[in-house]
Write a protein that binds this ligand. Structure first.
Ligand SMILES: [Cu+2]
Length: 254
């Protein structure tokens, strides 16, 4: 992504990540969600604007997918109270920011030695109730995927009708995922046994996600190819296990 921004857009900066541990006491008022018209991601809107951004750098952009719309967000501390995925949540009362604390980050990045399956399971959580899903869902709107279901845009998914996916529409998606990548790199650096630990199968298996959260089918190896959909050359898993391995070339600021 950073390479594309530099090559195609003349971008001179770096990819950024959002260390939500700093803001976990009050995510809704994190300084990244500010109304600055040049660099602000925008303050959280409310029902008076149909949860569309009314300030920040992205207030006027139109996202065309799946229907033209302005970016929406809707902060919800307890996002698991309302099921919207094709499963019920296990912990409906869980508050999203309990997954975003410094203690949780340290637990994730210093436990599960050599066991990528357990590391991933803790990051994603049972039925998406870990820090990854909790962050998506608590921010609401586009990044939760849900905002367009009132328009009737739904897709058939495992025999269920679910709202169309649009969570890449919100630029905060990239700050969120950079933080997940950072957690992985931190875990890899914590113990020699973590640095090249991999696990899983080549087929995502959402029907059996409870028992096979990392997929089924052929087990992945370091030579398994990762299809990059044209955003870069296809890679093998071994090419991207290190952020300084050649295919990737970056370090985290902290
Ligand atoms: Cu995600």
């Amino acid at each position: 992504m950073e390479g594309l921004l530099k090559d195609k857009c003349g971008y001179k900066g770096y990819m950024t990540y959002w260390d939500w541990t700093i803001d976990s006491h009050d995510i809704e008022h994190s300084p990244i969600f500010n109304g600055d018209p040049i660099v602000g991601l925008g303050t959280f809107p409310n029902a008076s604007t149909n949860f569309e951004l009314s300030d920040g750098a992205f207030r006027d952009i139109i996202r065309v997918y799946p229907l033209a719309h302005h970016l929406q967000r809707n902060y919800t501390l307890r996002p698991f109270e309302t099921p919207f995925l094709p499963w019920t949540f296990n912990l409906p009362e869980k508050e999203a920011n309990t997954t975003q604390t410094t203690a949780e980050y340290i637990k994730l990045t210093t436990s599960f030695t050599g066991n990528f399956t357990a590391f991933h399971a803790y990051m994603d959580g049972f039925r998406a109730e870990g820090m990854h899903g909790a962050t998506h869902m608590s921010l609401g709107g586009d990044i939760k995927d849900l905002s367009h279901s009132p328009n009737g845009i739904v897709i058939s998914f495992l025999g269920f009708l679910v709202p169309f996916l649009s969570n890449l529409s919100d630029p905060v998606f990239f700050l969120l995922h950079s933080q997940l990548d950072r957690a992985w790199a931190t875990w890899q650096a914590y113990d020699r046994l973590n640095s090249d630990a991999i696990a899983g199968g080549v087929d995502q298996d959402l029907e059996n996600i409870d028992t096979h959260p990392l997929g089924t089918g052929m087990p992945v190896t370091k030579d398994t190819i990762i299809y990059m959909a044209g955003i870069g050359p296809d890679a093998r898993i071994k090419d991207v296990l290190s952020t300084t391995g050649g295919y990737l070339c970056y370090e985290y600021a902290t």
